[in-house]
Design a protein around this ligand. Structure first.
Ligand code: G6P
Length: 587
């Protein structure tokens, strides 16, 4: 969601900024813009649509040593050139990620002072506010610091000022921002992929620290005292953010799953036992698991494993709902927050509420040093590497693996780690299977259903989400017993129904439901680890049955590959589905 890039240095800033934006395209956006020093003034170029549309407006010979750039995912105001960033008011030009919650009251105050606004954005109001403070203070550092006391909400901001176009300022609050230095080049970005081409070392800003780049990098704390900060080394390189021969990032990332699973096991276990990287946990009487989107579905899938192995109740919450409901937790409750990005606004706020109430928190996160990772009491990293495709795949499989390991750790069942040994091999076997043949029977339909019970219903939720987000097929997941209470009326000749059976206990019940839809003409694709024959399906995908602790991990990849192949046949933008953002940093 929105991408930010800033640069000052020895190279031509414009291609650096554009390639930075391209590496952040995966975050999701609908317009893009750039501002750079051009002679003695600032030049702003913006366009709606892809970064390539912005590029088409830039002169080939445009040259500059300093600039800021942005991809916008519309929140306040429609997708338009006026609403695209950068925004300029008076002497100040900014790009902004986040939301200014009190923009309406600030707008009234600024209008009373004579400001007029061209766009519908909260960002233009923030820009005017900084300009106003700058006019009074005549010092941009002080003006930015004063701005933090007046706004509520989240922001990552890059700022340039007409009075000194050789300087770049930046600040963040609850929206990520990093700075990296390579020789005499300075890079600012909302996310690591934008800098990986140049360096894998960066500094992460804390809320309301201010960056000033002139001939060097200065970082100021909230009292405007200059400070030094530690560099973080990213565990990877620019290859991680490239397609490496795959047609899509999504396919590349699915293909990385065997390695990711191995990475997790290598990191948390040694010689078939948990090592020191896996913390121990006290005995809890209750577990809550919180997340958004796919992260929440990993919890739905893992819930019954936690309950069975630990014999305690587990409640799964969608983070945006959790925040506003009565929560019956206490000192014997562990609340687990799952997030690939570690920046999802609702999950982060849910974590803050929980910590505020003094409850133990554990984060399961991919992005190292992200907000959720840093703020939770404990963190387990899922070691999945950079995930670029909007639709999560390898991080999902990694989250499921991590949760299964956590179950064993909390239940003191180290002996069951042996069931993880074959996971990577089995995933490699699934990668070799042909899913296109099933996709051909699905891709022309506008509706699809996923049915299953228990763990399999959790898998259905993820399979259905994957399909709808990248193929735009209207797909729904149902606990199969519910079908008869309404949904079955939607089943007509050839309607695709993907039915999942991995749990022996409910096999026959689900199969009865599959028969009901098959009898009504549905095209039934049966995904199972039970190698049984019958007349209730049209096609069958059989996955190895290893053990309940790992079986669901194997069932996910076929669902991801079916969604991929369907979207491929529909010739869609698989890595960047419309309207979606990889990291949802607004509530
Ligand atoms: C977005 C992504 C989903 C992801 C969800 C939660 O909607 O498109 O793939 O599951 O956010 O993101 P998180 O980074 O918290 O796992």
């Amino acid at each position: 969601m929105c991408g930010i890039v800033g640069y000052k240095g020895s190279q031509n800033a414009i291609p650096v900024l554009i390639s930075g934006l391209e590496s952040l395209e995966y975050r999701g956006y609908d317009s893009a813009g750039v501002a750079f020093k051009s002679g003695k003034k600032i030049e702003i170029v913006k366009n709606i649509g892809k970064v390539s549309n912005l590029k088409s407006l830039l002169n080939d010979d445009a040259n500059s040593e300093i600039g800021i750039a942005h991809t916008r995912w519309a929140t306040h105001g429609k997708v338009s050139v006026e609403n695209a960033h950068p925004h300029k008011v008076g002497k100040i030009t900014i790009v902004h990620n986040g939301i200014i919650e009190n923009y309406a009251s600030l707008k009234i105050e600024l209008e009373q002072k004579g400001y007029e606004f061209q766009s519908q954005t909260d960002t233009e109001i923030l820009c005017a506010l900084i300009n106003d403070l700058y006019e009074t203070e005549n010092n941009l550092l002080i003006a930015i610091n004063k701005m933090t006391k007046l706004v509520h909400g989240s922001y990552a901001l890059l700022i340039m000022c007409d009075d000194n176009l050789n300087e770049l300022y930046a600040i963040r609050c609850n929206s990520p921002l990093i700075v990296a230095i390579k020789d005499n080049d300075y890079f600012l970005a909302s996310d690591v992929p934008a800098i990986l081409k140049y360096t894998n070392e960066y500094i992460l800003l804390e809320n309301n620290e201010i960056i000033k780049v002139d001939d060097k990098l200065h970082i100021y704390d909230e009292s405007l005292k200059e400070i030094n900060k530690q560099t973080i080394i990213f565990d990877g390189d620019s290859n991680d953010a490239m397609k490496n021969g795959y047609e899509h990032y999504m396919l590349k990332e699915i293909n990385e799953e065997p390695t990711v699973v191995k990475n997790i096991l290598d990191y948390y276990t040694s010689d078939g036992k948990f090592n020191d990287n896996m913390p121990s946990f006290k005995k809890y009487k209750k577990i809550f698991i919180v997340g958004c989107g796919s992260a929440c579905y990993t919890a739905d899938i893992s819930k019954s494993l936690f309950e069975k192995y630990l014999n305690i109740p587990v409640t799964v919450y969608i983070a945006s709902e959790y925040r506003y409901q009565q929560l019956f937790y206490d000192k014997d409750t562990l609340v687990i927050f799952i997030s690939q990005s570690g920046e999802t606004a609702d999950t982060l706020e849910a974590l803050r509420r929980t910590k505020n109430d003094g409850i133990d928190t554990l984060a399961i996160v991919n992005v190292v040093s992200s907000s959720i990772a840093r703020e939770a009491d404990q963190v387990l990293y899922i070691k999945a590497g950079v995930e670029i495709a909007v639709a999560t795949t390898k991080a999902f499989t990694a989250q499921l693996t991590m949760l299964a390991l956590l179950v064993l750790r909390m239940a003191n069942k180290e002996n069951e780690l042996k069931y993880f040994e074959d996971l990577s091999n089995e995933l490699n076997k699934i990668l070799k299977m042909d899913f296109k043949k099933y996709a051909k029977k699905i891709y022309k339909h506008e509706n699809a259903f996923f049915i299953g019970r228990g763990i399999d219903y959790g898998l259905c939720e993820e399979g259905s989400l994957k399909l709808k987000e990248i193929s735009y097929i209207n797909s729904s997941a149902f606990p199969s017993g519910e079908l008869k209470h309404g949904t079955i009326s939607l089943i007509t000749e050839d309607t695709p129904v993907i039915s999942i059976v991995s749990d022996e206990n409910i096999k026959y019940k689900t199969i009865s439901n599959i028969k009901e839809v098959h009898a009504r003409g549905a095209y039934v694709l049966w995904l199972t680890n039970k190698d049984e024959n019958g007349d209730f399906y049209d096609d069958k995908i059989v996955i190895r049955d290893i053990h309940e602790i790992v079986n669901s991990i194997l069932m996910v990849m076929p669902l991801q590959l079916i969604a991929y192949e369907v979207a491929y046949l529909r010739e869609l933008d698989i890595d960047k589905p419309r309207n979606l953002a990889k990291s949802v940093t607004v509530e």
